[in-house]
Design a protein around this ligand. Structure first.
Ligand SMILES: [Zn+2]
Length: 485
């Protein structure tokens, strides 16, 4: 494990942060619930994509790139998909219409994930390619007395599992009391859930021992995680909203089918996301898709680079709720442009190891917010070293600065930022620098020279040079700026 501190992760199953011990350090296995592909992914969906990508990168750093298997599924069978297919492609046969919806949406999701700087998971199985595996698990559950057939459905019998509800810490009686809808007459217990249901002619279906039908949602993840990661694996992740019922039911299916004590050792959940202080919803008018944020001017009147969105997410710890605001994007944009300007000081392709404090922060239950602060501190030190030139031995300063910048670049890479890559960030830099130049002019007008000089010095430290002059037409004071490369 080299110089990496012990990795500690918060486990929803135990409600504790504890040292992570892989079942097999040669093959660390992680599963994260992926998208249901019927519509554009929204920025709430971006959060687990980014958070678990950082974990994937950290695990690869600790255990070696070829010793981590990350599976994220694509749910391409779902009643929402059918509805969308019928709405958007009324002229096509159902199967072709469904394929049109799922292929288009899946392609878009993968494009979004790439734009957010995420690595491709090791495997991205589709539900429809794993129907046989689902049928096999359901057969096993029936054989073991955990599932039953009723009214054209196969249902999981929640009372057949003594410790059902361990993850969400709910017990069946509570669920019964809290049930909002009347108990379906065909269910033995109100919490029983669908494993398989029969399909009409205008619904997609596969032949099964129980007739032509389709799987329930939960069984998909049990089948795909089992196939690619084994009966018991290391880490299962997803959003907080998936704890109940989705993850609870995945656990019930997998444990009862395989006769194991756990499905995954560590269960990790990222917190909720709000937009400008309110729950994101189409009716509130604050529903933002990743695509819109990246490619349209829907949010705050401009496009935002994927890496800015990524940083905005990582500025908050993954378990905390996040309030997604215009200010947060501006802050992320400023921070990232500062890092990139520092990276431009790298005179050769010198390399340095990842900063120990960045590693320590990430190893502490993925404290990305601390890692981000640390990177800004390193960038600040690199600028400061630049200014010391001439004061002491120039060679020493140069060396110190190169070390700092190389450390910054290597450490940012672990968080998924390529600071040496020239990107659309330039536009974001311009907006941010313009704002500061304007603020300085205001201070000059108000004869607050101390504040004005402070802004000029900070910009200079970040490699931006100001030129004051007069507008030829109006005679007013104007300031232009350029990045000193
Ligand atoms: Zn799942």
């Amino acid at each position: 494990m080299g110089g990496t501190p012990e990795l500690k992760l918060y486990n929803t199953l135990t409600r504790e942060k504890s040292v992570f011990k892989p079942i097999d350090a040669e093959n660390v296995r992680m599963y994260v619930c992926g998208p249901t592909v019927y519509d554009y992914a929204h920025i709430g969906n971006a959060r687990p994509v980014i958070v678990f990508d950082v974990l994937f990168r950290l695990l690869r750093h600790v255990y070696g790139e070829s010793h981590v298997t990350y599976a994220r599924n694509i749910t391409d069978v779902d009643d929402k998909i059918n509805a969308r297919a019928l709405r958007d492609y009324p002229g096509l046969p159902l199967n072709a219409a469904i394929r049109a919806v799922t292929e288009k949406t899946e392609t878009q999701f993968l494009e979004d994930a790439r734009a957010l700087g995420s690595l491709e998971p090791t495997v991205q199985p589709r539900a429809t390619d794993n129907i046989a595996e689902m049928i096999e698990i359901i057969e096993r559950l029936i054989a073991r007395g955990h599932a039953y057939q009723a009214s054209g459905e196969v249902l999981f019998d929640t009372k057949s599992m003594a410790d059902y509800g361990q993850l969400s810490k709910r017990n069946l009686d509570e669920q019964q009391a809290g049930a909002r809808v009347a108990v379906d007459a065909h269910k033995k217990n109100p919490g029983d859930f669908v494993l398989w249901k029969l399909s009409d002619d205008n619904e997609p279906g596969w032949e099964s021992p129980w007739g032509r039908g389709r799987p329930g949602w939960h069984i998909e993840c049990s089948a795909m995680s089992g196939r690619y990661l084994g009966d018991v694996f290391d880490i299962h992740g997803g959003g907080l909203d998936l704890i109940f019922p989705h993850h609870e039911n995945e656990i019930a299916q997998s444990r009862c089918a395989h006769g194991t004590d756990v499905m995954a050792n560590v269960w990790m959940h990222n917190g909720f996301l709000q937009v400008e202080g309110r729950k994101m919803s189409k009716s509130e008018g604050n529903f933002v898709t990743i695509y819109e944020l990246l490619h349209t001017e829907t949010f705050a009147g401009r496009q935002w680079p994927g890496e800015v969105l990524r940083l905005a997410m990582l500025m908050t710890h993954y378990r905390e709720p996040i309030d997604f605001t215009w200010n947060k994007l501006i802050e992320a944009s400023n921070t990232l442009s500062k890092w990139k300007r520092a990276a431009e000081l790298l005179s050769s392709q010198s390399t340095a190891p990842i900063d120990p404090q960045v590693l320590k922060a990430l190893a502490d239950d993925l404290s990305t917010q601390r890692a981000v602060q640390r990177l800004s501190t390193i960038a600040g030190s690199a600028f400061a070293a630049f200014h010391e030139r001439g004061a002491v031995s120039e060679h020493e300063v140069e060396q110190e600065q190169q070390m700092l910048v190389a450390t910054l670049v290597a450490s940012a890479k672990l968080l998924g930022f390529d600071l040496l890559e020239k990107t659309e960030i330039d536009e974001a830099v311009a907006v941010e620098v313009d704002a500061r130049v304007k603020a300085r002019l205001e201070f000059l007008k108000a004869k607050n020279f101390a504040e004005a000089d402070k802004i000029r010095d900070t910009l200079a430290a970040e490699g931006i040079q100001l030129k004051d002059g007069k507008d030829a037409a109006t005679g007013e004071r104007v300031t232009t700026w350029e990045i000193k490369r």
